[in-house]
Design a protein around this ligand. Structure first.
Ligand code: SF4
Ligand code: SF4
Length: 378
């Protein structure tokens, strides 16, 4: 166990649970055991071997959605997900993880992605035309969640690239259809390393590796580098990649849109990558109005209950976490929710009550006119 992880666990032991209120899983389960403090305490006991890797103890270390919200309220800047990750690896190695964890690994082994299906088959029809492919300039690595839930979205991205004059983007075509983030989150150290290595060698010659998946971006940028596969310079979130083109291209928008729409910050974009101001600026410039703010937003945004494959291990609590955002939208009569995370979008769509859910990039594409179309105020 690395000493900085032990130090984090010690900080928690002597802490009066300063971050308790920020933890979505503690809130959803109404359990003190699942507060960041409780989970770190259990992690310490398991590390010290004071307690055996029992089902209940191991379940506690999986009761974290990796949202990093607790860090916002921690004087020590503790990274609870990283500390718990060590114990998850220990649990996996000892065949002590919850059963759904192994189901994901089986699916991954069958099809190189967490869904156990050939995702490229559904996506290929929406990629660039073969003649439009160019060298090793820009690689689009869509999240496996986008490919699974919204394969047609790939076509939307390429339409948007065309409107903004972005050329030379290729669609990823490796046998591995995922960056490996779900394996990493659930504790499959060796399997994740293998995926990272293959992906690194297939991506390293591109100038830019662009991904729409918030967790993919963090994985490519940070987790691969931790393993000695440095893509942090070339890896860029789709939102950041689009920003200079939006700024410099003379695109025409449909005009001002005054409607009650809110933006949900995926925690990996806001807290891990600091992309808080950017989506708001893009939306304001496009529509003439800033999006409405949810009561928990930006660096304080609420988890969607889907990060780190938490929804696979604890579907009932994952849904309960997502419902907090859904209930606020319904209560405030907000007509539309935008988000930039396919898995969050899928769950919000499923639970939505009286409001629409749309992908951030799909919204941009809808409101940016093709060069030849006449603009009108909407
Ligand atoms: S993460 Fe920080 S604030 Fe939360 S219990 Fe641990 S030491 Fe306290
Ligand atoms: S990362 Fe999120 S879910 Fe995990 S302990 Fe911190 S607040 Fe709770």
């Amino acid at each position: 166990m690395r000493s900085e992880l032990k130090k984090m666990m010690d900080y928690c032991t002597y802490c009066p649970k300063m971050c308790r209120f920020s933890c979505p899983t503690a809130e959803a389960t109404a359990s003190e055991t699942y507060t960041p403090w409780g989970k770190m305490e259990i992690a310490r006991w398991l590390t010290d071997k004071t307690l055996p890797l029992s089902e209940a103890m191991v379940a506690a270390v999986y009761q974290c959605v990796n949202c990093l919200h607790c860090q916002q309220y921690c004087e020590h800047g503790n990274d609870v997900p990283s500390a718990l990750a060590e114990i998850r690896r220990m649990a996996v190695e000892n065949y002590a993880a919850p059963a759904p964890v192994y189901t994901l690994e089986e699916r991954f082994a069958a099809a190189n992605n967490p869904y156990g299906l050939d995702l490229f088959e559904r996506v290929r029809a929406h990629g660039p035309k073969p003649e439009a492919k160019r060298g090793k300039e820009v690689l689009l690595q869509p999240s496996c969640h986008t490919m699974h839930y919204f394969p047609e979205r790939i076509g939307v991205y390429f339409e948007l690239f065309e409107k903004l004059g972005i050329e030379g983007v290729s669609l990823v075509e490796t046998p591995i259809q995922c960056c490996g983030a779900p394996l990493d989150a659930l504790g499959f150290r060796t399997e994740f390393q293998e995926v990272a290595e293959v992906q690194y060698y297939s991506m390293k010659d591109y100038r830019w590796v662009v991904s729409d998946g918030p967790e993919c971006c963090v994985t490519l940028k940070q987790k691969y580098a931790d393993l000695g596969f440095p893509l942090e310079r070339s890896s860029v979130p789709l939102m950041e990649f689009l920003e200079p083109y939006l700024r410099h291209s003379n695109y025409r928008s449909r005009g001002k849109i005054k409607r009650r729409l809110a933006y949900h910050d995926p925690s990996h974009l806001s807290r891990y990558l600091g992309l808080v101001e950017l989506p708001r600026r893009i939306l304001s410039e496009l529509t003439g109005f800033p999006p409405l703010e949810l009561s928990w937003s930006g660096l304080d945004s609420l988890s969607s209950g889907t990060e780190g494959s938490y929804d696979l291990v604890f579907p009932e609590f994952g849904e309960k976490i997502a419902l907090r955002t859904v209930e606020e939208l319904a209560a405030r009569g907000i007509g539309k929710l935008l988000t930039a995370d396919a898995k969050a979008e899928a769950v919000f769509r499923r639970l939505a009550r009286g409001f629409e859910v749309q992908d951030f990039y799909e919204f941009l594409n809808e409101h940016i006119l093709p060069a030849e179309a006449p603009a009108n105020e909407g």
